[in-house]
Design a protein around this ligand. Structure first.
Ligand SMILES: NC(=O)C1=CN([C@@H]2O[C@H](COP(=O)(O)OP(=O)(O)OC[C@H]3O[C@@H](n4cnc5c(N)ncnc54)[C@H](OP(=O)(O)O)[C@@H]3O)[C@@H](O)[C@H]2O)C=CC1
Ligand SMILES: Nc1c(N[C@@H]2O[C@H](COP(=O)(O)O)[C@@H](O)[C@H]2O)[nH]c(=O)[nH]c1=O
Ligand SMILES: [Zn+2]
Length: 347
């Protein structure tokens, strides 16, 4: 297999992996392809679709008709295949049982149980395993899992809309800042996250729905900060299809939702507890006070700032002091400029 072809195939594996972004909880996003090495024909594609569900390799293998063989074929995977039976049997076993003779991977599994061990095992069994590609795009796809595994907390993305004069809203009023185009963009991001979170004042002031709309189907779990149990049960988030998680110290409140009894002001303990509740990724949508705490503790991974260049509010609640980060993407959608940065020093 030429280097260029290997790169192309593994790029496709990473694309497949991202189809289930935000839908695999604390499991990684992984994509796999089975191909005939002689004809270069792609025979099947698969990706890990849900927590506890079959891994990408198994989905790709199952995409082949039962009467056909994959003996002597190649499997390309965005992540090193697993070598342990966890919620599902080991993928290395399926590779060997199906007599696949070549394995190409992008990223090494950062799981301490793995870290190239499967590659060694497969090689010992006579499988041709080329060294991992370790592509930059594969690194980005795997980053949420790396954070989960190494920091024992969810991957944290922040999003905030600001006016040209850097206000985010007004007290006792929900102000629309971003334009119709970026609203659609936001709902796509919501569709790719497991959970959505905001500070107490945002919940009281805006009464948000925190759903993904505009044709998106996946609904994130609302995570609500209500340290002192002040949220009224008529808020819209309590009447969604998706049951919220409430981080609180109050044991009296009677609204629906799973309780995490932690002080939300203790952010490390809160995020670790959410991770133990199997929350792998969170999109946080404000407000200013909550963002300031997150920045102070350096607890964020990605930040998306939508600035409406034509809207001046004149007064209101000011945007927080945003930290510097590594610029990932700049998007222009009509009057709105979206700046995406990532935290290269995250905790
Ligand atoms: N333009 C935009 O993108 C957005 C705009 N907004 C606007 O922002 C306004 C609300 O922002 P803001 O007033 O700053 O309030 P926040 O929404 O940030 O809520 C702050 C409150 O959350 C509680 N809290 C719990 N844990 C923490 C923690 N670890 N760190 C900080 N606070 C915590 C505190 O209340 P307690 O002490 O009771 O625990 C605190 O007073 C609204 O008017 C809303 O419209 C909001 C979101 C996005
Ligand atoms: N005002 C504002 C945002 N505000 C965020 O969106 C929440 C409302 O969500 P929903 O009720 O589901 O539409 C609100 O509470 C706050 O977190 N977001 C943006 O992209 N652009 C905006 O101009
Ligand atoms: Zn596996």
């Amino acid at each position: 297999m030429t280097d260029q072809y290997r790169k192309t195939i593994l790029r496709r594996c990473n694309e497949l992996a991202l189809r289930a972004r935000g839908k695999t909880s604390t499991n990684p996003n992984v994509g796999a392809i089975i191909l005939n090495p002689t004809t270069r024909k792609i025979r099947s594609e698969g990706w890990h679709q849900s927590f506890g569900g079959p891994h990408a390799e198994i989905n790709a293998i199952q995409g082949i008709h039962k009467k056909e063989s994959i003996k002597g074929n190649t499997i390309a995977v965005s992540l090193e295949p697993c070598n342990h039976s966890g919620k599902t049997p080991a993928c290395t076993r399926a590779i060997l049982e199906n007599k696949i003779t070549q394995v190409v991977i992008d990223q090494v599994d950062p799981d301490p149980r793995m870290q190239s061990q499967s590659l060694e095992l497969l090689r010992k069994q006579g499988v041709d395993v080329s060294p991992p590609l370790s592509s930059p795009e594969g690194d980005i796809v795997l980053q949420p899992f790396r954070i989960n595994l190494l920091k024992k907390r969810p991957y944290i993305r922040l999003k905030m809309a600001i006016s040209a004069d850097r206000f985010i809203g007004r007290k006792n009023e929900q102000v629309k800042i971003s334009n119709a185009l970026s609203n659609r963009w936001v709902h796509r991001i919501r569709n790719e996250t497991q959970a959505i979170m905001a500070g107490t004042n945002t919940l009281l002031n805006d009464n948000p729905q925190f759903t993904s709309r505009y044709g998106n189907e996946h609904q994130p779990i609302p995570i609500l900060l209500d340290r002192n149990g002040v949220l009224p049960s008529h808020l819209r988030v309590f009447h969604n299809r998706t049951r919220p998680i409430v981080v609180t110290l109050n044991k009296e409140s009677d609204y629906p939702g799973t309780r995490v009894y932690k002080d939300p002001h203790d952010l490390s303990a809160t995020f670790q507890s959410l991770y133990q509740h199997n929350i792998g990724s969170i999109l946080i949508e404000g407000g200013s006070t909550f963002f300031t705490s997150l920045f102070k503790e350096n607890l964020w991974d990605e930040l998306m700032i939508i600035q409406n260049s034509t809207l001046n509010l004149g007064s209101g609640i000011l945007a927080p002091e945003f930290p510097a980060g590594e610029s990932v993407q700049d998007i222009k959608l009509g009057s709105d400029n979206i700046r995406c940065i990532k935290n290269s020093k995250c905790r």
